[in-house]
Write a protein that binds this ligand. Structure first.
Ligand code: ZN
Length: 362
């Protein structure tokens, strides 16, 4: 199974210069290669392929010795990206590829780091060929994994490594001893069928409020002013910090749930409704849930647990006894006249989700 982990990098000043230089050289190669394709086509009606461009790399390096500082796999990946952009265009999935400005070209990739270095990551360092051992905040161990790709990306507040790994999934468990249903909601982050709730942590809610205020302040600044530029950078940094905190929260919660249950059940999220809803706060929480569900599913697979998604239809309008209990969003309490169950509506939903999942699993 393929997973990508993200780690913050702490390059030395020299390494950081090297990172910037690599990114810039890659971007220029991308733009040159695009220019070559376009002129060949416009002037001679010829199609330039990825293979043709790759074959020119050695000669290109001779002409521009600066490119010897960049690992050849990274340069190949650059051409590959351009090729992908054209392929997407030919298939009608995207517009015509653009030239890339420094704001639009933000990362470079080692597509097969295993082949270039056996000593990949140890003691909080990651080995980036031609750049060296870069200090990294490694918050997850790399046991039972094979590194398949390293992508180095520039953000407003620093550099991150996106490390793709292949893990051997654990043997799928045969018996289900403890099962849990999860209902994701708006008022609390999630309700569980074991009658517990997971709330958004207070520091995260505060950070999100601060971000919203900063965004409002930014929108009041005059366009093109220096103050606006400054505020924009600040908002970008805050945004990334919040996104990272949220991700961390989602990882911790999904890990905790997967480790304490053999079967994990969730609702399928309705994609259509989510796209239709343009309210910012809503779209943020939707993105959070989708991530949460992804984390749950891959963690479950890795641990040999079962992960079941049930159709979302009517889970909040029925009771565990099977009776219909219609209620609007404003009604927080579930009261069933059939069996007399009185409970928080989200908890009841989680129980219904679990019931449905057990039926599917059996
Ligand atoms: Zn009932």
């Amino acid at each position: 199974m393929q997973i990508t982990f993200q780690f913050r990098l702490y390059p030395t000043p020299e390494q950081e210069q090297q990172l910037h230089r690599t990114l810039d050289l890659c971007r220029k190669l991308y733009n040159r290669a695009k220019e070559w394709r376009d002129t060949a086509y416009n002037q001679e009606g010829k199609t330039v392929t990825y293979a043709m461009q790759q074959n020119e790399l050695p000669a290109f390096k001779k002409e521009f010795p600066a490119y010897k500082e960049v690992h050849s796999q990274v340069l190949q990946d650059c051409l590959r990206r351009l090729d992908d952009a054209y392929q997407r265009f030919f298939r009608g999935e995207a517009g015509f590829p653009h030239y890339k400005s420094t704001e639009r070209y933000l990362s470079f990739t080692y597509p097969q780091p295993g082949a270039v270095s056996k000593t990949f990551a140890h003691d909080g360092f990651v080995y980036l060929p031609k750049i060296g051992f870069v200090r990294m905040h490694a918050h997850r161990p790399f046991d039972r994994t094979i590194v398949t790709q390293i992508n180095v990306k520039r953000y407003a507040d620093g550099w991150m490594a996106n490390i793709g790994v292949k893990t051997e999934a654990a043997e799928a468990g045969q018996t289900v001893e403890t099962a849990v249903g999860i209902d994701v909601g708006l008022s609390t982050f999630a309700a569980l069928s074991d009658e517990t709730k997971v709330d958004n942590p207070r520091h995260l809610r505060r950070a999100e409020r601060r971000l919203k205020r900063a965004q409002r302040r930014l929108s009041r600044k005059q366009r093109g002013s220096r103050n606006r530029q400054k505020a924009k950078r600040k908002v970008a940094r805050m945004h990334q910090k919040v996104a990272r905190q949220r991700k961390d929260f989602l990882h911790k919660q999904s890990y905790r749930i997967v480790m304490s249950h053999d079967l994990i059940a969730v609702e399928k999220l309705k994609v259509k409704n989510m796209i239709r809803n343009r309210r910012l706060s809503k779209s943020i929480s939707d993105a959070g849930w989708r991530k949460f569900i992804t984390y749950l599913s891959y963690k479950a697979e890795r641990q040999g647990k079962r992960f079941v998604q049930v159709p979302a239809h009517g889970t909040s309008q029925t009771c565990v006894c099977g009776a219909d209990v219609p209620k609007t969003l404003a009604v927080r309490l579930h009261e069933c006249e059939g069996c007399g169950l009185v409970q928080d509506r989200d908890i009841v939903s989680a129980k219904v989700i679990l019931q449905r999942a057990l039926k599917i699993a059996a």
